[in-house]
Design a protein around this ligand. Structure first.
Ligand code: CAA
Length: 275
């Protein structure tokens, strides 16, 4: 099987890493050679660490080829998109993928809060478009949500599910509703956590300790927001609020202010914590 990954940022490079680890021929597409090489270095680094720690025996980074040209995805069986989380660029990309890819290739989006059906509507074959929503960090989180859009075919849906299994993930099936399964629950929950910071006048450290030691979360909500990216979370919250109009979905002003101040979490070096 040959898999294409479009966009090799945090999510896309993690997905490409999973493909290489699973021994699949992988084509990674970035907008510049430099960004592609940066992703390859990152993938090589994490896989080397896994070998050093005895988690895998070996890996073949030669399975990953890099390109800036979408036409190089023509031979892929499945293409997973992980570009910027905006509807218009995703629709443009899917229209182009629809032209360049084989008619039986599955086109999957890793969107976390946009409508897979709306993305699929930009293609002339929406039946082959599905959602494959990985969680951050993709190589470490076992879940992938396999999302059925309005017009997804059973074949495309099951092929995506099978790919999830091949990548060693625990896939779950769901329909294309705002936030799918996990973000529908997690986004308002994280927003509540941030509101509690002000309401209960609890410190960031104590809130994180509370959720870790009181409920067994592997990391506290503020640590998690820093990992996800404050901007990514605010954007996803806004998208869900737009669709559902539930007050808890709206991003708390404190998070919006942090995003505006570029306090984005780990990726910018400072969020709730300093890195
Ligand atoms: N690939 C491979 N290894 C990676 C990696 C990657 N991309 N990123 C980090 N690692 C490595 C670390 O470097 C570390 O290796 P070293 O020994 O070389 O340092 C190893 O993985 C383990 O790291 P940690 O010690 O930090 O691992 P941990 O046991 O503390 O677990 C965690 C880390 C899995 C992230 C855990 O804290 C966790 O489950 N946190 C919750 C994360 C979560 O909820 N994610 C979902 C976010 S929401 C989302 O993604 C939805 C959305 O749409 C926005």
């Amino acid at each position: 099987m040959k898999v294409g990954v479009v966009g090799l940022g945090a999510m896309g490079s993690g997905i490409a890493q999973l493909c290489v680890e699973a021994g699949l021929e992988t084509v990674g597409r970035e907008v510049t050679d430099e960004l592609g090489e940066k992703a390859r270095d990152r993938i090589g680094h994490f896989l080397t660490r896994k070998v050093e720690k005895g988690q895998i025996e070996s890996f073949d980074l030669g399975l990953l080829s890099l390109t800036t040209d979408l036409a190089d995805l023509a031979g892929c069986d499945v293409v997973v998109e992980a570009i910027v989380e905006e509807l218009e660029p995703k629709q443009e990309l899917f229209a182009e993928l629809d032209r360049v890819c084989r008619p039986d290739a599955v086109l999957a989006t890793n969107t976390s809060a946009l409508s897979v059906t709306e993305i699929a509507s930009a293609t002339s074959s929406p039946e082959r478009v599905v959602g494959m929503h990985f969680f951050n960090p993709a190589p470490l989180m076992p879940l992938v949500e396999i999302v059925r859009a309005e017009l997804s075919s059973d074949t495309a849906f099951e092929q995506a599910y099978a790919l999830g299994e091949t990548l060693g993930k625990h896939p779950i099936r769901c329909h294309d509703t705002p936030g799918f399964v996990v973000n529908r629950v997690l986004i308002p929950l994280l927003n509540d956590c941030v509101r509690v910071l002000d309401e209960a006048r609890v410190s960031v450290d104590d809130l994180d300790a509370g959720m870790k030691h009181g409920t067994g979360w592997p990391m506290g909500p503020c640590e998690l927001l820093d990992l996800v990216g404050i901007d990514v979370h605010v954007h996803a919250s806004e998208a869900l609020y737009d669709k559902l109009r539930e007050p808890r979905m709206a991003p708390p002003p404190r998070l919006v202010a942090m995003a505006n101040a570029r306090l984005l979490g780990r990726k910018s070096g400072r969020g709730f914590y300093t890195y």
